[in-house]
Design a protein around this ligand. Structure first.
Ligand code: FES
Length: 112
Protein backbone atom coordinates (compact mmCIF):
# COMPACT_ATOMS: atom_id res chain seq x y z
CA UNK A 1 0.00 0.00 0.00
CA UNK A 2 1.23 3.52 -0.83
CA UNK A 3 -0.49 5.89 1.60
CA UNK A 4 -4.19 5.76 0.94
CA UNK A 5 -3.61 4.01 -2.39
CA UNK A 6 -3.74 0.26 -2.60
CA UNK A 7 -1.45 -1.42 -5.15
CA UNK A 8 -3.40 -4.16 -6.94
CA UNK A 9 -0.88 -5.22 -9.59
CA UNK A 10 0.41 -4.46 -13.08
CA UNK A 11 -1.71 -2.71 -15.70
CA UNK A 12 -0.79 -5.41 -18.21
CA UNK A 13 -2.41 -8.05 -15.99
CA UNK A 14 -5.80 -6.52 -16.83
CA UNK A 15 -6.94 -7.55 -20.31
CA UNK A 16 -7.90 -4.80 -22.76
CA UNK A 17 -11.74 -4.60 -22.83
CA UNK A 18 -11.73 -6.74 -19.71
CA UNK A 19 -11.34 -6.52 -15.99
CA UNK A 20 -9.90 -8.07 -12.91
CA UNK A 21 -11.32 -8.15 -9.44
CA UNK A 22 -9.68 -7.52 -6.12
CA UNK A 23 -11.10 -8.16 -2.69
CA UNK A 24 -10.40 -5.35 -0.26
CA UNK A 25 -10.67 -5.98 3.49
CA UNK A 26 -13.85 -4.39 4.73
CA UNK A 27 -14.94 -3.32 1.25
CA UNK A 28 -15.73 -6.53 -0.58
CA UNK A 29 -15.00 -7.07 -4.26
CA UNK A 30 -13.87 -4.25 -6.52
CA UNK A 31 -13.78 -4.61 -10.32
CA UNK A 32 -11.08 -2.73 -12.24
CA UNK A 33 -11.86 -2.34 -15.95
CA UNK A 34 -9.48 -1.58 -18.81
CA UNK A 35 -11.09 -0.10 -21.91
CA UNK A 36 -10.10 -0.38 -25.57
CA UNK A 37 -8.49 3.07 -25.40
CA UNK A 38 -6.45 1.94 -22.37
CA UNK A 39 -8.30 3.84 -19.64
CA UNK A 40 -8.88 2.29 -16.23
CA UNK A 41 -12.03 2.51 -14.11
CA UNK A 42 -12.85 0.89 -10.77
CA UNK A 43 -16.34 0.12 -9.49
CA UNK A 44 -17.87 -2.02 -6.81
CA UNK A 45 -18.38 -5.38 -8.52
CA UNK A 46 -22.12 -5.23 -8.11
CA UNK A 47 -24.74 -4.13 -10.63
CA UNK A 48 -27.20 -1.53 -9.31
CA UNK A 49 -30.06 -3.70 -10.61
CA UNK A 50 -29.74 -7.05 -8.82
CA UNK A 51 -26.06 -7.14 -7.86
CA UNK A 52 -24.83 -8.96 -10.97
CA UNK A 53 -21.03 -9.32 -11.25
CA UNK A 54 -20.12 -6.42 -13.55
CA UNK A 55 -16.58 -7.82 -13.91
CA UNK A 56 -18.09 -10.62 -16.04
CA UNK A 57 -19.85 -8.17 -18.34
CA UNK A 58 -18.87 -6.97 -21.79
CA UNK A 59 -16.79 -3.77 -21.92
CA UNK A 60 -17.63 -1.47 -24.85
CA UNK A 61 -16.47 2.11 -25.10
CA UNK A 62 -16.52 3.43 -21.53
CA UNK A 63 -19.43 1.21 -20.47
CA UNK A 64 -19.98 -2.35 -19.30
CA UNK A 65 -23.04 -4.46 -20.01
CA UNK A 66 -24.11 -6.49 -17.00
CA UNK A 67 -24.07 -10.25 -17.72
CA UNK A 68 -27.38 -10.90 -15.95
CA UNK A 69 -29.98 -8.62 -17.59
CA UNK A 70 -27.94 -6.45 -19.96
CA UNK A 71 -28.13 -3.12 -18.18
CA UNK A 72 -25.43 -0.75 -19.45
CA UNK A 73 -23.39 0.90 -16.73
CA UNK A 74 -21.16 3.92 -17.36
CA UNK A 75 -17.70 3.09 -16.05
CA UNK A 76 -16.82 6.69 -15.15
CA UNK A 77 -19.92 7.32 -13.01
CA UNK A 78 -21.39 3.90 -12.20
CA UNK A 79 -24.75 5.18 -13.50
CA UNK A 80 -27.17 2.91 -15.32
CA UNK A 81 -27.80 4.19 -18.85
CA UNK A 82 -30.96 4.76 -20.84
CA UNK A 83 -34.28 3.92 -19.17
CA UNK A 84 -32.62 2.07 -16.31
CA UNK A 85 -32.08 3.79 -12.98
CA UNK A 86 -29.41 3.11 -10.39
CA UNK A 87 -25.79 3.65 -9.62
CA UNK A 88 -22.93 1.56 -8.35
CA UNK A 89 -20.12 3.27 -6.44
CA UNK A 90 -16.94 4.17 -8.30
CA UNK A 91 -13.44 4.18 -6.86
CA UNK A 92 -10.59 6.48 -7.98
CA UNK A 93 -7.87 4.56 -9.80
CA UNK A 94 -4.47 5.65 -11.12
CA UNK A 95 -1.34 4.19 -12.67
CA UNK A 96 2.09 4.72 -11.16
CA UNK A 97 5.08 3.13 -12.88
CA UNK A 98 2.86 0.57 -14.58
CA UNK A 99 1.21 -0.42 -11.29
CA UNK A 100 -2.52 0.02 -10.74
CA UNK A 101 -3.50 1.84 -7.56
CA UNK A 102 -7.01 2.23 -6.16
CA UNK A 103 -8.09 4.64 -3.45
CA UNK A 104 -8.48 2.56 -0.30
CA UNK A 105 -10.64 5.09 1.56
CA UNK A 106 -13.07 5.16 -1.37
CA UNK A 107 -13.35 1.36 -1.41
CA UNK A 108 -14.57 1.50 2.20
CA UNK A 109 -17.08 4.25 1.36
CA UNK A 110 -18.27 2.21 -1.63
CA UNK A 111 -18.98 -0.72 0.67
CA UNK A 112 -21.03 1.33 3.11
S1 FES B 1 -28.25 -7.56 -12.19
FE1 FES B 1 -27.29 -6.35 -13.69
S2 FES B 1 -28.81 -5.98 -15.15
FE2 FES B 1 -29.82 -7.16 -13.62
Amino acid sequence: MIGEWLDIGWVNEIPVRGSRTVTVDGAGEIAVFRTGDDKLFALRNSCPHKAGPLSQGIVHGHSVTCPLHNWNIALATGQAQGEDKGCTPTIPVKIDGGRVLICRASTLKAAA
